[in-house]
Design a binder for this molecule. Sequence first.
Ligand code: HEM
Length: 156
Amino acid sequence: MSDTTRAVLLGIFTLSSCIWVGGYVAIVVVVRAANRSLEPAQRVAFFRALGRGYLLVGGPALLVALGTGAGLLSDHGWDALLIATVAVAAVLVLSLAVGVAQARRMTRLRAAALASAQDVRLSAGVRRGARAAAALRGTIGLLTLTLIALGSLLAT
Ligand code: HEM
């Protein structure tokens, strides 16, 4: 690969990784602020708009980071480290897809629970779903950190 191609790939890789990681951290801060300052009904509408908007930014940023990262590693032999990195990247993409489907279900569930506030089974479902969603979001964060660590090892 020529030096120019490598420099272009590295620039796009750095930018897209920053958008993915920075976006994730920013969402955590926004979610905490929204939970403190919005009423439940406003929160559901806000997260629906935020989630859908961010999916169009974070999803492509992650795919571009993985694609350019793969390009930068194209000369690297298939050793255990590279195989582990590809596996973690695949699990991350899969977790994001599951996380988005789960978030959509949560939005519907929260809206239904708000519409029938006395329904104890719906409220219990919201609590269970929120715990599962938080675990999956935490997993996405951990997988991202693992990928950064593996990528740094591969780059040395
Ligand atoms: C990093 C990539 C992320 C993407 C692409 C993403 C995307 C989405 C999408 C598409 C929705 C569903 C909106 C709808 O159609 O109803 C959503 C909802 C939501 N997201 Fe995210 N999200 C991400 C990360 C996070 C993180 C890190 C948190 C919190 C720490 C979070 C908290 C929420 C919450 C609270 C909802 C509302 C549904 C619920 O109550 O669980 N998201 N997100």
